[in-house]
Design a protein around this ligand. Structure first.
Ligand code: DQA
Length: 153
């Protein structure tokens, strides 16, 4: 059983009411229920945590090392400027996949750059809530050791 922490950062508790044209009308609870549904067909167990506070996100990353096999992280706006979260990701040995619900690349220019992504094994952007399932599949694949299929240059 692969254990994954799904860690959502600031303002993601506002899903459903926050800019629905960008993030859709479904809530964070809907997102978590979708993942629980997904986990029924996969040997994966999710735990969920959301915080609006940078230090809490950092603590959650640190604490996850002993308890989980990997992290799906949507750092929200921290993505674009939190070197502290980037360092937290680099400080743990478990893999992290970064997810963004919206396509940050067709939005404001400040969203185009992620300071956190270089510390992750990869980033999934622009596929809505489905991106979390893609991230879970990528993490499971990575954790089970199949990532050697990809040749790096
Ligand atoms: C987001 C994109 C960020 O730019 C933004 O600050 C968020 C949500 C996304 O999931 O699309 O809070 O991470």
């Amino acid at each position: 059983m692969v254990k994954i922490l799904v860690l959502n950062g600031p303002n993601l508790n506002r899903l459903g009411v926050r800019e629905p044209a960008v993030y859709g009308k479904k809530t964070l609870k809907d997102l978590e229920e979708d993942l629980c549904q997904f986990s029924k067909n996969e040997k994966v167990q999710f735990s969920f945590f959301q915080s609006n506070h940078e230090g809490d996100v950092i603590d959650a990353i640190h604490d996850a090392e002993e308890r989980f096999d990997g992290i799906i992280l949507n750092p929200g706006a921290f993505t674009h400027y939190s070197y502290a979260i980037r360092d937290a990701i680099s400080s743990v040995s478990i893999p992290v996949v970064e997810v963004h619900i919206s396509n940050v690349h067709n939005r404001e220019s400040f969203r185009h750059h992620s300071v956190t992504a270089p510390a992750t094994i990869g980033q999934i952007v622009g596929f809505g809530f489905y991106g979390y399932q893609l991230a879970a599949q990528a993490l499971i694949h990575h954790i089970r050791g199949n990532e050697g299929e990809i040749t790096e240059n």
